[in-house]
Design a protein around this ligand. Sequence first.
Ligand code: MC0
Ligand code: CO
Length: 134
Amino acid sequence: MIGRLNHVAIAVPDLEAAAAQYRDTLGAVVRAPQEEPDHGVTVVFIELPNTKVELLHPLGDNSPIQGFLDKNPSGGIHHMCFEVEDILAARDTLKAQGARVLGTGEPKIGAHGKPVLFLHPKDFNGCLIELEQV
Ligand SMILES: C[C@@H](C(=O)O)C(=O)SCCNC(=O)CCNC(=O)[C@H](O)C(C)(C)COP(=O)(O)OP(=O)(O)OC[C@H]1O[C@@H](n2cnc3c(N)ncnc32)[C@H](O)[C@@H]1OP(=O)(O)O
Ligand SMILES: [Co+2]
């Protein structure tokens, strides 16, 4: 069901500093910050040859990553995003196997303009999983 690794997301306390570190210290291609109010985050994508890193910082008062940053004040790996061909079929298969789909259960449009869903980290070995339909 899952295909390519679309991105690994890292929650960071200082988005500018983290972006500068990837650009200047690690020599990566770093995109401009993108506000995603529907997701409560600002993101910066780091383009690697085989995948992406998504730097995440809370946006607004009810960010879903605020609790994670409170527990991990210096930042940490927040989720992995796998590509799927049919997100509704993937969701229904996963739900039938007992996995918890977060939010309303309906896909939202993600940072790449494509439908995304999140699966509860406690159902996947402590790793929050994002699915993106490509
Ligand atoms: C723009 C888009 C895109 O790429 O297109 C994005 O990525 S948006 C990326 C941001 N959006 C999302 O993350 C949406 C889905 N996420 C959520 O709904 C939330 O973040 C939850 C995953 C439900 C966690 O929420 P919250 O931290 O408020 O809940 P909580 O404190 O009750 O946490 C329940 C337990 O899960 C753990 N926990 C929380 N976040 C975690 C994470 N990222 N990875 C692994 N474990 C995590 C907590 O430590 C706690 O464990 P213990 O009980 O053992 O202490
Ligand atoms: Co993501």
